[in-house]
Design a protein around this ligand. Sequence first.
Ligand code: FE2
Length: 276
Amino acid sequence: MHRETINSTTPAFYRVNYDLEGAKDSVFELLARRYFRHTLTDLTDNDLFFTAEQIFEVEQKADIGSTWHVGVDTFGYQVSTEFGCTLWAPLQSVNARGQRGGMTYVPQHVISGEWFFEQIEPAVVSTLKAKERAGIKTNTPDYVSLKRGILNSPPMVEILEAHCVEEDFEPGDVLFFNKMVVHRGVALEEGPLAKRAAYVMRFVDARSHYDLKRAQDLEYPVQKYRTGLFAYKPFTRQPMEMAEAGAADGDLISECAYFSEPDRRMLRRERRPDRA
Ligand SMILES: [Fe+2]
């Protein structure tokens, strides 16, 4: 577990753990349940492939929550226009009008992150490279500023904060949202709960494809400046580890050798007579 900081001396999370190690039998058993599979594949109208599980934990008063973002890092191995989604499950109650510490998001009919995903994100590294070619030195804060600054500029924050939704959760409730949804983690305010943890599952369209350039762009700050958005390496390593495991640009993600037990990761839609 690691305390992580995003462009600030105040941590965004108390602890974060990427792609939990150890046996995945219990999560595969969950994926095999018909109700779980039907719910996710019906809601998305997609066959889904489970790619990662994570834990995020925020600590009262110590963590500021995250800044506004879309899934450009988490889904940094996938062609930007293809479907990916997250299931976020808090492990403690979240009271949006009380201690907070949950998740807030902006409905896509107000602001969708597609423009950021498909146009801004790919231009971040090319902008830094252009500056370097022109003899202008760049660094990690430049990278973070380009990457985080646009969605967190004062006018954009004003729009997002005016339209965001922040809901209550009980253990067992989940927020299920696609990678284009603009969202952020909310700080845990003063109250009885010292920490709030959430379990997160990531899925992609089972027919979606590996994007090597996006994976390489995520690694750029680590290679160029020796540090990335987060100090903890695996945040950007998963996309490149897929290439190291043999994935080529354009390969089906669900067929990448990087993923253990691919059959157990697959959630296929079932043709049912009650659903035309
Ligand atoms: Fe997120």
